[in-house]
Write a protein that binds this ligand. Structure first.
Ligand SMILES: *Cc1c(COP(=O)(O)O)cnc(C)c1O
Length: 226
């Protein structure tokens, strides 16, 4: 994609998103040059889903970029991103939380995470059911993880044309967020992130409680798989 198209796409999306919503520009499979173009327009939050690709970009690009990890994270790779990652959005097991906690401790950091909620109908998607989220939050192993901070929930809606269904899923995510906030984070102002909405459905997501959208192709165009 040429630079002008990229700049225009980005500006259009920024204009349509309320200022209270964080835009995570999903740069996976996009060249570092494209990230730089958005960086020069003021964008600081970028999403990546592969550790190797993120490591390269983190080394190459400005150090004040806030990287969000949004893909399935293997426990043996947490150590590579722990020194600098701003947020891990796709956390769906206590094992992963324990590893993030361990690596965060080594770096003398507290790492922000989101719990990935499984709401979509597809069986292949990762994530925890609302009930599994609660069990996790109640567990002793979770409570002993002092170097991770749960900032909220993330979810991916079903990839279907049926807007009604997508809306129902986002609403369910929103209701679950509110319930979990009341049950576990009443006096924790940092539990404030509702990450749902991608290129195809972010306006619907914002209408149903999202305050963090992860947008890739609508900004950058098709991903460049080699
Ligand atoms: C790739 C990806 C996105 C961005 O998807 P687009 O359809 O390109 O906007 C958002 N969230 C997650 C978890 C992703 O893996």
């Amino acid at each position: 994609m040429n630079i002008l198209d990229l700049q225009n796409n980005y500006r259009k999306i920024v204009e349509t998103i309320p200022s209270t919503v964080t835009l995570v520009a999903v740069s996976k499979y996009q060249p570092s040059e494209a990230v730089e173009v958005l960086y020069r327009l003021g964008q600081r939050v970028f999403g990546e889903s592969h550790v190797q690709e993120l490591t390269k970009k983190h080394e190459l690009l400005p150090q004040d970029i806030q990287w969000h990890f949004i893909g399935h994270l293997q426990t043996n790779k947490v150590k590579y991103i722990a020194p600098y990652i701003t947020m891990v959005e796709s956390v769906d097991s206590i094992r992963l939380i324990e590893e993030i906690n361990k690596q965060a401790l080594k770096c003398n950091r507290i790492i922000d995470i989101l719990l990935e909620l499984h709401i979509a109908q597809e069986e292949t998607k990762y994530g925890l059911t609302p009930e599994e989220c609660r069990e996790l939050l109640q567990s002793d192993s979770f409570r002993s993880c002092q170097n991770v901070r749960v900032r909220g929930l993330m979810t991916i809606a079903s990839n279907v044309d049926d807007d009604q269904q997508v809306q129902r899923e986002f609403q369910l995510a929103s209701d679950t967020f509110n319930a979990i906030k009341t049950e576990f984070f009443q006096d924790k102002p940092w539990f404030d992130c509702c990450s749902w909405g991608m290129s195809s459905d972010y306006p619907l997501a914002i209408a149903h409680g999202s305050n963090m959208v992860r947008v890739g192709t609508s900004i950058f165009g098709e991903r460049q798989y080699k």
